[in-house]
Design a protein around this ligand. Structure first.
Ligand SMILES: [Mg+2]
Length: 313
């Protein structure tokens, strides 16, 4: 990725998060947002990003400094305990599965990839929401098995159920295909074919295929909003973000669509914005929204070294 596009990709997710934060958990149809707002659900000032971006920034920092999984957990802990990677040094939101994993690491001393909850009832979107930068690192990795291994390990830090792992596979493999020239429609076809074949060697993951299968169609963008659930359940979040990505003609439109779905608006907007930034690589994130983000000093400090390290030279 060129430096400008890589920067847009990262900022798109953060802008989507901040846009969705004030309306998180609201019921669909009871409100409408078309601009960046503040206060609302978490009573944070306009431009505040949440756990999605904080844990994504922790990953960015870790990838820039060649940290291992244990190092990444140190950063997650710094977020949860001391508000690192946040706009105002304040942690106002963390998912219970992510918090549980961080406690598993530091209280129970588990190995990093054993910290995630493997329960079927721990299939929230807390891994999906923080993995976009991995697509940058994996863009040039030609071996599917290697990409899946890395994706699974990063997912397992917080979420170990095969349904959450499959969600990460689908998202990152679609980004991979698109970064290597596929359209969204082509990516969905290619990824469905390659994963359904490869996962014969991982029957526990393949067994989860039917949960995602209905969404894996290029025509999802034509579905009515009533067919889209927007909860924090990883399958719902994946489907909702894909629907926004397929339907939107711009990053701006994807964010507005996602933020008005109700439910887990910040995470769906984060993922939809990241995905749309890859779908429309020549588009910029709405400049006024990016400008409204808080703490540009911190964002620059973390994002610019990552861009320098991973952008095409
Ligand atoms: Mg959040």
């Amino acid at each position: 990725m060129q430096a400008a596009q890589l920067r847009q990709f990262i900022y798109a997710g953060i802008v989507g998060d901040a846009f969705g934060v004030p309306v998180e958990f609201k019921a669909r149809g009871t409100y409408q947002v078309t601009q960046m707002t503040g206060n609302g659900t978490w009573d944070q000032p306009r431009g505040s990003w949440s756990d999605d971006s904080a844990m994504t920034l922790a990953l960015i920092d870790n990838l820039t400094t060649d940290g291992n999984y244990a190092d990444l957990f140190e950063k997650f802990q710094a977020y949860m305990m001391w508000g690192a990677y946040t706009p105002r040094d304040v942690m106002f939101d963390i998912g219970k599965t992510c918090a549980h994993a961080i406690r598993n690491r530091f209280i129970n001393q588990l190995p990093p990839t054993a910290c995630g909850d493997a329960s079927e009832f721990a299939n929230g979107n807390g891994a999906l929401m923080r993995l976009a930068p991995l697509a940058v690192v994996l863009q040039a990795e030609p071996d599917l098995t290697t990409r899946l291994q890395v994706t699974a390990d990063y997912t397992k830090l917080t979420h170990r159920h095969p349904r959450a792992i499959l969600g990460s596979y689908l998202y990152l493999e679609c980004l991979h295909a698109m970064l290597n020239g596929a359209s969204l429609a082509e990516a969905l076809v290619q990824v469905s074919a390659s994963l359904s074949l490869t996962l014969r060697h991982a029957p526990d993951v393949l067994a989860e295929w039917s949960y995602y299968a209905p969404y894996l169609t290029p025509t999802i963008g034509t579905w009515s909003v009533d067919q889209i659930k927007s909860t924090a359940y990883v399958v719902d979040t994946f489907g909702a973000a894909l629907w926004c990505t397929a339907k939107a003609q711009s990053i701006r439109e994807a964010i507005v669509l996602a933020a008005n779905l109700g439910g887990d608006t910040d995470t769906i907007a984060t993922i939809a914005a990241s995905w749309t930034a890859i779908r429309y690589p020549l588009q910029a994130v709405p400049a006024e929204w990016q400008a409204e983000l808080l703490n540009h000093e911190l964002l620059n400090k973390l994002i610019e070294p990552f861009v320098t390290k991973y952008a095409d030279k």
